[in-house]
Design a protein around this ligand. Structure first.
Ligand code: NAD
Length: 471
């Protein structure tokens, strides 16, 4: 068997496996699985004295809920299969964490490092124009967000282009999420995916019975972690696990190779070192152990692949020694490698659960944009006064005075960041509990990924059935 499997086929295999544990009619499983709309785009951009034809895609996987939602990736790996797979994962992800969107994804087949900022802006604006022309973007139609190789800067260009064409459309700022905070973005979005990875791992590790089966004590504190990819998702997952979870990061992989230090690596110091030297190799105290995939094979409690898909295949699956794998990237484990890891007793937290923090906070941003005011603006002062009133009454009835510190704490409304993080934390905890319940309720369901697909597919099927399409 070849180690290679198409990414979309890989997702389809997981879906087929999960479908056998549901009562969803076959035709409806087929409808859930297929991509509803695929847009292939080719457009020219000027590079120096010549032109280059740019290949790009936008796929809307499922219209069972609208708008559709999903990031835009800039990478040389982008092709139709990859974007279809990523769009379909978005559908299962949104349903799983109760974000009321269908799944979508976009991609431009470029290495952003090969272009100037001006050229990247031209490419992004032209791509957005194509989406507008085909009615593939809009706050009620399809709402992009950042993904691999893109960030708030690209989202700001998309918003500006959209607004130039849709001048006066009152909800236009909700046409894209992951925008800079100053451009109608939301605090906490940039680190949301990595933060969600941390909350998800912490929740999973809080179940003592499950941890016992892995030979681990409950809790993330003191556990050893290896991370592949120190980008948006990997960096935030690592630094939050280190600072808020007290976990020990012992291995890191980046494009230039892998490093190991069993005593622990300070992530912020490593980032500063990489900025200065251009590489993680040579970081004081660490050992260079090989190429970008070498760290995946380190002995550790938790492995967080946070770079790209197809990193753990049948070629290296046997050599993986982690007890838990948190798929922070989309599709880092192929469908062929998955059973090998499960046979080894590894607990896999699937991508469409563990990296759902980004779309969850994107949903909060979209809600904020459509409501045209920031969270807390209307009710914070009212709540503050109401709580003051209660505390005054308590003092009057007990004859005891509440300290200023306690009073300030008890009467304050949450900031936007606190509200976002608490909504994210609640989503990751509740969703894991739902997956775990599905897993425990049916003892035939073999693993957490399958349980997550069952939970998600049942919700999507119920949407279709309630539409009256599949009675
Ligand atoms: P990013 O571009 O910010 O970071 C990716 C990092 O991986 C970079 O530092 C890059 O140098 C590194 N990398 C690339 N190839 C590597 C290799 N072979 N070995 C080691 N490191 C390598 O991208 P991101 O936004 O962090 O996305 C990473 C993954 O997370 C992708 O699969 C993406 O689809 C997924 N994801 C991202 C978000 C988000 O909000 N950004 C949300 C959900 C899922």
């Amino acid at each position: 068997m070849s180690a290679k499997i198409s990414f979309f086929k890989s997702v389809e295999q997981y879906v087929d496996k999960a479908a056998s544990y549901t009562d969803i009619p076959r035709g409806l499983v087929e409808q859930i699985r297929v991509c509803n709309l695929v847009l292939q785009i080719r457009f020219p951009i000027r590079v120096g004295d010549d032109y280059q034809v740019i290949e790009a895609y936008r796929v809307q996987h499922s219209h069972h809920r609208l708008p559709t939602k999903g990031g835009i990736r800039y990478a040389e790996s982008v092709d139709q299969d990859e974007v279809m797979a990523l769009a379909s994962l978005m559908t299962y992800k949104c349903a799983l964490v109760d974000v009321p969107f269908g799944g979508a994804k976009g991609g431009i087949r470029i290495n952003p490092a090969n272009y100037t900022v001006e050229q990247l802006q031209n490419i992004t604006r032209r791509y957005t124009t194509e989406l507008i022309k085909k009615n593939f973007i809009g706050p009620g139609i399809d709402v992009p967000a950042p993904d691999y190789g893109t960030g708030p800067r690209e989202m700001a260009w998309i918003l500006d282009t959209y607004q130039a064409f849709r001048h006066g459309e009152i909800d236009s700022i909700g046409c894209v999420t992951g925008k800079p905070v100053t451009q109608n973005g939301i605090r906490g979005r940039a680190e949301a995916t990595g933060r969600g990875v941390f909350y998800g791992i912490r929740e999973c590790m809080s179940h003592a019975d499950d941890m016992k089966k892995l030979g681990l004590s409950p809790g993330i504190a003191g556990k050893t972690i290896v991370v592949q990819g120190l980008g948006n998702v990997g960096y935030n997952a690592a630094i939050i696990s280190q600072l808020e979870g007290d976990a020990k990061i012992i291995g890191i992989a980046e494009r230039e190779g892998s490093i190991h230090d069993p005593k622990g690596i300070d992530i912020d110091k490593l980032m500063a070192f990489r900025k200065e030297t251009g590489s993680i190799i040579g970081y004081p105290g660490s050992t260079h152990i090989g190429g970008p995939s070498a760290a995946l094979e380190l002995e550790c409690d938790i492995l967080i692949p946070a770079a790209l898909e197809n990193q753990i295949t049948i070629d290296n699956a046997e050599r993986i020694k982690a007890k838990i794998i948190a798929e922070a990237a989309n599709g880092p484990i192929t469908a062929y490698a998955d059973p090998i890891l499960l046979k080894k007793g590894i607990l896999i937290l699937p991508d469409f659960y563990i990296n759902a923090g980004g779309v969850t906070v994107s949903y909060f941003e979209w809600l904020k944009n459509l409501s045209h005011h920031r969270f807390g603006r209307i009710q914070n002062r009212f709540q503050h006064n109401a709580f003051e009133g209660i505390l005054n009454k308590v003092e009057e009835m007990t004859g005891k005075q509440i300290t200023k510190r306690d009073r300030d704490f008890l009467t304050r409304g949450g900031t936007e960041l606190e509200l976002v993080n608490s909504g994210l934390e609640d989503t990751m905890i509740t969703s894991y509990q739902q997956i775990r319940e599905t897993f425990l309720q049916n003892n035939k369901i073999p693993d957490i990924r399958t349980a997550a697909f069952v939970s998600s597919m049942n919700k999507i099927a119920s949407d279709y059935i309630s539409m009256g399409i599949f009675p």
